[in-house]
Design a protein around this ligand. Sequence first.
Ligand SMILES: *Cc1c(COP(=O)(O)O)cnc(C)c1O
Length: 413
Amino acid sequence: MAVTHTLEADVLRRQDPEMADILAGELARQSRTLQLIAAENFTSPAVLAALGSPLANKYAEGYPGARYHGGCEIVDMAERTAVERAKVLFRAEHANVQPHSGSSAMLAAYAALLRPGDTVLALGLPYGGHLTHGSPANFSGRWFDFVAYGVEAESGLIDHDQVRTLARTHRPKAVVCGSIAYPRHVDHAFFRDVADEVGAYLIADAAHPIGLVAGGAAPSPVPYADVVCATTHKVLRGPRGGMILCGSDLAERVDRAVFPFTQGGAQMHAIAAKAVAFGEAARPAFAVYAHQVVANARALAAGLAAEGLVIVTGGTDTHMLIVDPAPLGVDGRTARGRLMAAGLVLDTCALPHGDARGLRLGTAAVTTQGMGEAEMARIAALFAAVLREETDGARARTEVRELTGRFPPYPGR
Ligand SMILES: *Cc1c(COP(=O)(O)O)cnc(C)c1O
């Protein structure tokens, strides 16, 4: 593997040193700073190999056995393998592995189930809803009539009473559960019950937790939702891309909604890489990984709480934590800037109360690197020291370099 990668890197360097330098610079950045963005991870060299394979050359509109192009017999095997692995991994009757991204999966889910103008109930954007959950800047907000539920200002937990009341009042055609910033498990049985009461479809947007589901570290939405949309690149650790899981009853509608309704030719290199990632996620080692991701998130939350930061919802069930740094005298934007300068890379996010911004971080990437609870305690201490300006940027960066140097994401590269 290492030889192949060295050779490939050399090909690029010989032909295009300018671009080779940019790629090397990004590898160095990923290796020498702490990747705490909740949506990011490090794919395996095997996934990267599939992504960089000649499957990238193949046009394959349609589905295995029914393509609009010749020469698809090999890539058909790749897609059938990806679909079979996804079905087994998530115990789903049907899987579509063609969506180019999580957003494309959501677009296809709406296209399969809804007509323009239909009412959809989803978590509001200020509370952690995704752009595809009704943002006016997104197709969803433009083409559908979104009604937003929220979280309780005090607890940060989904306001279940409000969800039920809004569903009864607005009679949505679909209910969406799932978020970009909810650190707790979603109560899928509750959402199924609400959807059934008003005759709505239930769409689970499991972009974030689907990797934990694969590793048995989070409850699966598959038994409850009509359609499950997901990404393959977050905790799941595959290539950038999307996926849809559903029952046999909706299989044909979902497939037609992906192609030809919202997408063209499938990206066969990405589909092969998804199959590789599903294969990895089916192994016992991935279950260990998924549980360690959660243990690390809890250790990081406990460490940050001990330093005086507020952990929204009081903790986490997942890989993600939402943190209010206000008790340390900084808002989310200032905090992100200081942490960035120290080599800790993360996002700001909305908080359930007030206008101040908080911080969103996750442990999927650092756990892939092999870090455990001891490293989370160190990161929490460094985090607080940086925010309190008890350490200068150079000293903090040295500590980050020392820590990441012991856990290289791609050893030998
Ligand atoms: C990440 C995410 C998406 C979109 O994924 P992209 O691949 O960036 O389009 C959709 N919904 C939720 C809840 C997400 O977290």
